[in-house]
Design a binder for this molecule. Structure first.
Ligand SMILES: C[S@@+](CC[C@H](N)C(=O)[O-])C[C@H]1O[C@@H](n2cnc3c(N)ncnc32)[C@H](O)[C@@H]1O
Length: 256
């Protein structure tokens, strides 16, 4: 049997948010190379596979991208069925495109299995639709890891024209906020920092762009976080309350 690679999106965390195809190929895999942010529960779906962490986390020693590419290629060339398991969607700010190009260059057959990106899922799970009629007709997703990455994009946006979603931006939230404020966004623009969405550590801070620099993220200190800025965040006050008691309380409030 010839080898094969699936580039699989694991979604934001909870394995129930993975696609059925992702679950199926994990069950068929001989080898799983997984990212640091992949929820350990997802690995239970690959009971017959050898599993290796190849993740990179900000500020920690990490395995080089070339090494990950080589591991995938060599295993496939030895006839193994490899799942490269990445958080969210493999082609959203996760170097999945580079890995696909490496597979093409090596002549390895592969398939992309899209996943639910945290760019939309983290917001949704906190009760924030990234678009909403009358509030935002679109959204932009940027990486907060370097000002050279997000700066030119944010500078192009007319203030309040879109929802801004920032991945990998916890450490740069002060710089992102001041960049938007300098471009004319109001300090009162609603803003959220959604931590560990769909995991046990899930926690959402909501406030304003003016306060975002000092948002307290200590409730889930090691969880990944997604920043959302824009009028749609105001909906979290209603849509983020999903327990039966909470929804009844909102409904009673609406009747009064
Ligand atoms: C390297 S990027 C990969 C993004 C991924 N490809 C996607 O589509 O979601 C990792 C970033 O995704 C975000 N992220 C991943 N899982 C998350 C979660 N459960 N809750 C909130 N944000 C998350 C964080 O901004 C984190 O720094």
């Amino acid at each position: 049997m010839s080898g094969y690679v699936w580039l699989v999106g694991a979604g934001p965390g909870d394995p129930e948010l993975m696609t059925r195809r992702a679950a199926r190929v994990l069950g068929e895999a001989d080898l799983v190379l997984y990212d640091a942010l992949v929820d350990p529960r997802a690995l239970d779906l690959a009971p017959r596979a050898r599993r290796f962490p190849v993740g990179k986390r900000a500020g920690r020693p990490s395995i080089r991208q070339e090494t990950i590419n080589r591991l995938m290629v060599r295993a496939a060339q030895r006839g193994q069925r490899v799942v490269r398991l990445k958080c969210g969607d493999p082609f959203v700010l996760g170097r999945g495109g580079e890995e696909a190009l490496a597979l093409v260059a090596a002549g390895v057959a592969f398939e992309v299995v899209p996943g639910v990106s945290s760019a939309v899922a983290a917001a949704a799970l906190a009760g924030i639709p990234v678009t909403h009629r009358g509030l935002a007709a679109g959204f932009v997703v940027v990486s907060g890891h370097a000002e050279t990455a997000y700066g030119p994009v944010l500078d192009c946006l007319a203030p309040h024209s879109l929802t801004v979603v920032v991945l990998m931006g916890l450490g740069s939230r002060a710089a992102v906020a001041s960049r938007l404020l300098a471009r004319g966004w109001s300090p009162l623009t609603p803003a959220a920092v959604v931590l560990g969405a769909s995991t046990e550590a899930a926690h959402a801070w909501t406030g304003t762009l003016g306060a975002m620099a000092t948002a307290d993220v200590s409730a889930a200190p090691s969880a990944p976080g997604t920043i959302v800025v824009g009028a749609v965040v105001s909906l979290a006050a209603v849509l983020g309350r999903t327990s039966e008691a909470d929804v009844s309380a909102v409904a009673v409030g609406a009747v009064r």
